[in-house]
Write a protein that binds this ligand. Sequence first.
Ligand code: P6P
Length: 335
Amino acid sequence: MNRIITLGEHIIQTQTEHKYATGELSALLSALRLSAKVVNAEINKAGLVEDIMGSVGSQNVQGEDQQKLDIYAHRIFIEALEMREVVCGVASEEEDSFIAFDSEKSKNGKYVVLIDPLDGSSNIDVNVSVGTIFSIYHRKSPQGTSATLEDFLRPGTSQIAAGYVLYGSSTMMVMTTGEYVNGYTYDPSTGVFFLSHPRFQIPKTGKIYSINEGNYPFFDKKVRDYIKYVKEDDQSTGRPYSSRYIGSLVADFHRNMIKGGIYLYPGTTFRPEGKLRLLYECNPMALLIEKAGGKATDAHQRILEIQPRQLHQRCPLFIGSADMIDEAMGFIKTP
Ligand code: P6P
C-alpha cells in the first residue's frame, strides 16, 4: 500500500528540501490549510443554515453583490494569516485596499498574500462548486515596517507559491511552492488533506472549451472566429469540441487540468479588460498552469509577465492546455 502523505507532512518534506527554509512558509501554508477546512465546513451547511445563504446587501470594490459566505471566508482567511504572524499584509477581493498587519511580529513577516476568499460565490445558492484562490510573494518592503502597495503590485513571475481550494464534490487543495503542482484531497472523516495528485500535469491538448457564450455578440471578431472554428464539424481534427462552462473559475480550471481544455474570459465591447482580476485570480492560476505544462496569456503576453498597475485590475484570460492555447492564439493573438 502506498504510504499516505498528509498535506502537513508534504509541506514539511518539500520545505526541508529548501536549505534556507525557516518554517515560516510552512506556517503560512498551514494557516491556509486550516482556513480551507473551516470554510469548507460552513459551505457544506449552506442551504441548511438560513443565515449564511444569499447576499449581505453590500457590494465589493468590483461592484459585485457580496454573499454572506464571501465575507465569512474573507474573515476566516485574514484572521488565520494574521494569527500566524509570518505575513505582513494581505490583499483580498473583498477589501478596497490591502490590509497591513500591525503587530511587531507581523511587521517582521517575510510574506504577503493576495486572495480571492470565495470565487464563484454566487453559485453557492444553487449548490455549484466554488473556490478560494491565493498567491504568495516575498515582501519588497524592509522587514520591521508595515506592508506597502508595492509589496502587492508584482508580476506573477515573482510569486513564490500559489494555489486554490476547490469546494466541490470533494474538497481539494491544489498548489505549487516550487517546481511542481500537487493536489491534496480532504478526508472529512479525519479532517486531513491527503496527497492525491502528486506532480499534477495538464494534458498537452484536449477537446473542451470553457467560455460564457452569452457574451458572444460583444466579443472581438477574432474571438468569435475562434468560437466558430471549435464548433465546426471536422472529425479529422476532433471538432466540434465540447462546451463545458460551470461559471466558477476554480471548477472550470480544475476540470481542464485533469481532462485537458481551454478556459477563456476575453474582453468585451462593454468591458475590454475582461472580468477576472490579475493579482488574485489570473496570476496564481497562470503560475499553476505553467508549472503543470500549460499556458496562460491575455492574448498579448504571458499573464505572469504583466506589470500590475492597480490592486484590483482586470485582464483578459486564456488558460489551459498548451496546444489549445497555441491554436486559439492563432485566431486571437494581439500584437
Ligand atoms: P460570468 C465568478 O464570478 C468568476 O469570477 C469566475 O469564477 C467565473 O469563471 C466567472 O466569474 C463567471 O463570469 O460573466 O460568465 O458569469
